[in-house]
Design a protein around this ligand. Structure first.
Ligand code: SF4
Length: 310
């Protein structure tokens, strides 16, 4: 299959503030590319309006400008309440596509993801502390094991595994690395003292399969587990190798399987609540809001007060 990689040099925003902030949506997202070459069958990037920007699974645009904009924007948001300084990186892209890394190195002599990580690290060292949730399903992240180990107080590696079944993986995530390679990533990052969260999403399978997946990942050193069911697509059709769209529906989550991934902290049988400043959906003002105190694994990584996040 012919793949097209374009260097995108028209700067836009690096950080996207989110309208809704909850257990599944961090205050900010950052995507280092537009589009993706892994071509997962369940990926919403194949639909409108994302399909207007790239040819899904065949074309990707690399944001060569991103670290410079990130640097400016981290400064701009420097005075936000600490609990809002959290960003999910590559939630709608993949920063560790092998072809992209090779071409970017060969033609520009650059490493876009290293530049992004270095920018977050420098700000942290200057007292502007942001938590980075780094999403990937690529073994190429191992190239940055040392970089991330040096940032282990501020980076949670979020590794996506939707199934343990390699055959099923081939149907659902055609060009993405094998399950075996991803288990290897968990082991190597965990051995290096890095916090690894398994993103079992979308979960393709039963609750029992999710529990087994969690156990195997934890046996390999993962510390956190998060999942939700398939949205936008018919699950049975996906498993048959077909793509049948379905309207958005309620996320299916087996709450009792979550670990350090936004579960409420309980005291005397009740979820604990804290009042904190949160932005309105347009981020044009802030208001007091009662938030359920959530376990995110942060307190085992650093000594910073993250407000309602533990
Ligand atoms: S790796 Fe992520 S962004 Fe890429 S196709 Fe798969 S789900 Fe979509």
């Amino acid at each position: 299959m012919k793949k097209t990689i374009i260097f995108h040099d028209k700067p836009g925003k690096a950080l996207t503030p989110q309208k809704k902030i909850d257990q599944h949506n961090l205050p900010f997202t950052l995507n280092s590319t537009i589009g993706c070459l892994f071509g997962c069958a369940y990926c919403y990037l194949q639909g409108f309006p994302f399909n207007l920007h790239t040819d899904f699974g065949k074309e990707v645009k690399v944001k060569t400008w991103i670290y410079e904009r990130l640097d400016l924007e981290l400064d701009k948001y420097r005075n936000l309440p600490q609990h809002l300084k959290r960003v999910q990186v590559n939630v709608a892209s993949e920063g560790y596509l092998p072809d992209v890394r090779i071409k970017t190195k060969r033609e520009l002599d650059r490493d876009i993801m290293a530049e992004i990580l270095d920018t977050f690290k420098r700000h942290w060292e200057e007292g502007n502390c942001w938590m980075v949730h780094l999403m990937t399903k690529s073994h190429m992240v191992l190239k940055h094991l040392n970089n991330i180990q040096n940032m282990r107080n501020q980076v949670q590696l979020e590794l996506t595994i939707a199934t343990l079944n390699e055959q099923r993986k081939k149907i659902l995530e055609k060009y993405a690395p094998s399950v075996k390679r991803r288990l290897d990533i968990i082991r190597k990052f965990s051995d290096a003292g890095i916090f690894v969260r398994i993103m079992c999403m979308p979960l393709i399978g039963t609750r029992e399969e999710a529990g087994e997946l969690r156990q195997i990942c934890f046996d390999n050193g993962a510390r956190a587990f998060k999942h939700k069911g398939v949205n936008y697509f018919d699950e049975n059709a996906l498993l048959a190798g077909e793509i049948v769209s379905e309207g958005g529906r309620e996320d299916e989550v087996f709450e009792d399987l979550l670990v350090k991934s936004g579960e409420p902290v309980i005291e005397n049988g009740e979820p604990m609540i804290m009042t904190v400043q949160m932005p309105t959906p347009k981020w044009d003002e802030f208001e007091d809001r009662d938030m359920v105190i959530e376990d995110t694994g942060y307190t085992e990584m650093n000594d910073i007060d993250w407000g309602y996040l533990r």
